[in-house]
Design a protein around this ligand. Structure first.
Ligand code: ADP
Length: 539
């Protein structure tokens, strides 16, 4: 087995294991399997470690076809990293689960899992059975999750007092590349969430928030649109740029006369025949326009195009139209305006029209770029966050950051329990778990204690990333927890002058933090229980 692994030392003299996957060796068993897997998991966590916290570094990733992404979002980094090791893939999956359920804490969860693996490795070396470690971790995670509940507090806010929510979103955004605009972006996120939230039922449907981006302008120009925006313009430049109280026909059928199919032959051998055919076509289209007008439509939005002649006629008959609108957009427009998508022209009726208080075309700067704003919709719950920025990379990263902020606001509306951040919650849990270890006489106590040590990885990484001496800083903060019985002390990453995270307004949702601990424990237990790794030898 050792042939598949080699011990090497990194630039700081720390040992690490190189896995030679290409070598013929195709099977790892027992302790070797666990060690190899732990090494793989740890190496993924090590990459994310430096991205944690407000002073975390960003990563630049290049895809095989040359697209460059700059981000410090854990889930995204892992998503784009091309890992072919199965255990590393589990870590990617871990981050994705946290992203899916909670939307925030995607870096932290991986760092925690890496640290749990590191501690487990030490226990394995001391001869403790992996199953005992898994059991101890399980107990410890439950203690930690309960402890989090006990130190949590309620975060008060209301529809009229949104400032607390804005503050929370600002915390999330402060560690992102877009932190320069954290105030305005946080406000946009909170307003968007409140627009789609049902505060009574504590329900938020984030699907109703569309996040759209267009290269150009500044990040500061990012805005919240009370409705839908579509990257299209009116089909004819002389059509009105502004339609109030619009009644919208939403068509997925072609809005033009049926074209003779190629397999049918139409003999046009005289000018008269041509004119008759043309007249018929025109009449047909004219009837279609009339039908739209009869049911009361003042705007037509089509999935398909129509030719210049039809376009001209639409303009003449004063029926503004938008063509080539994608299926997803059409659906959103239908939901927002309370209209129905009409797949066959004959089915168009007044009831199926969508309603919007205002539809306007907006042009940007000196460019030809125009967007269609559909606002004051019948279903006022659909909103759009329209992101502007200098380049595609910036817009994509802003989208990810906004996503995190939206999730944080949503989580608080669903459950307004919070714990303080900056590593304070982890330190408090670490102390509680450590104390609990003393009450367990069995071998598990070692695992429980190791779990407590693993939790320290979060404050340690936050301190290290902020340029503070990690161990010294942690020791001071930990003793503060014990002496002052204050579970809010964390790492003063931004050198504010206090490490009381309540004063710094740095906190995370209780469910988010609990989920991090549960998910990290789960994946580590899974890795520990694998004792046989078989890979095809021609790998
Ligand atoms: P994640 O993807 O896990 O959310 P982040 O890079 O956003 O990772 O870092 C989150 C961590 O940074 C949390 O532990 C959070 O409490 C901490 N944090 C965020 N802002 C601050 C701050 N101003 N001071 C100290 N810690 C902070």
């Amino acid at each position: 087995a050792p042939a598949a692994m080699a011990l090497a030392f990194d630039e700081y003299g720390r040992p690490f294991i190189i896995l030679r996957e290409q070598e013929k060796k195709s099977r790892l068993q027992g302790l070797d399997a666990q060690k190899a897997n732990i090494a793989a998991g740890k190496s993924v966590a090590r990459i994310l470690r430096t991205s944690l916290g407000p002073k975390g570094m960003d990563k630049m990733l290049q895809s095989p076809d040359g697209d460059v992404t700059i981000t410090n979002d854990g889930a995204t980094i892992l998503e784009l990293m091309d890992v072919d090791n199965q255990i590393a893939k589990l870590m990617v999956e871990l981050s994705r689960s946290q992203d899916y359920d909670i939307g925030d804490g995607t870096t932290g969860v991986v760092v925690l899992a890496g640290s749990l693996l590191e501690q487990a490795e030490k226990l394995l070396e001391r001869g403790i059975h992996p199953i005992r470690i898994a059991e101890g971790y399980e107990m410890a995670s439950r203690i930690a999750v309960d402890h989090l509940e006990s130190i949590s507090t309620k975060y008060e806010f209301s529809a009229t007092d949104i400032e607390p929510l804005v503050q929370t979103c600002m915390t999330t955004l402060s560690s992102k590349i877009v932190s320069r605009c954290k105030r305005s972006l946080a406000e946009i996120a909170v307003k968007a969430v409140l627009a789609v939230a049902d505060l009574e039922r504590k329900d938020v449907n984030l699907d109703l928030i569309k996040v759209e981006g267009k290269v150009g302008g500044k990040l500061e120009d990012t805005e919240l649109v009370q409705g839908i925006i579509v990257d299209k313009d009116m089909s004819h430049p002389q059509m009105p740029k502004r339609i109030e109280d619009a009644h919208i026909a939403i068509l997925t059928c072609p809005f033009e006369p049926p074209k003779p199919k190629t397999k049918h032959k139409v003999d046009i051998d005289t000018v008269e025949k041509f004119q008759t055919l043309r007249g018929q076509e025109q009449k047909y289209f004219d009837d279609m326009v009339q039908k739209c007008k009869d049911v009361g439509a003042t705007l037509v939005i089509c999935q398909w195009g129509f030719d210049d002649e039809a376009n001209h006629l639409l303009m003449q008959r004063e029926l503004p139209a938008v063509r080539w609108v994608g299926g997803v957009e059409l659906e959103l427009i239908a939901i927002a305006t309370g209209g129905r998508i009409v797949p066959r022209f004959q089915e168009l009726t007044t009831e199926k029209l969508g309603k919007a208080g205002l539809v306007r075309e907006k042009s940007f700067g000196t460019t030809k770029d125009r967007m269609l704003y559909i606002e004051k919709c019948a279903n006022s719950k659909a909103v759009t966050i329209f992101i502007r920025g200098g380049n595609k990379m910036m817009i994509e990263e802003t989208k990810r950051s906004i996503h995190d902020a939206l999730c944080v606001a949503r989580n608080l509306i669903i459950n307004n329990s919070i714990v303080y951040g900056g590593g304070s919650a982890e330190i408090s849990c670490s102390i509680a778990v450590d104390a609990a270890a003393d009450r367990h006489p069995g071998v598990e106590q070692y695992a429980i204690r190791a779990f407590a040590d693993a939790l320290d990885a979060i404050p340690l990484a936050l301190a290290e990333n902020s340029g503070l001496p990690p161990i010294d800083t942690l020791t001071v903060v930990k003793s503060q927890h014990v002496k002052e019985n204050n579970s809010r002390c964390g790492i003063d990453c931004n050198d504010v002058g206090t490490n009381d995270m309540k004063e710094q307004n740095v906190f995370e949702t209780l469910i988010g933090k609990q989920q991090q601990i549960l998910l990290a424990t789960q994946v580590v237990k899974m890795i520990l229980k694998i004792d046989d790794v078989i890979t095809p030898s021609e790998y």
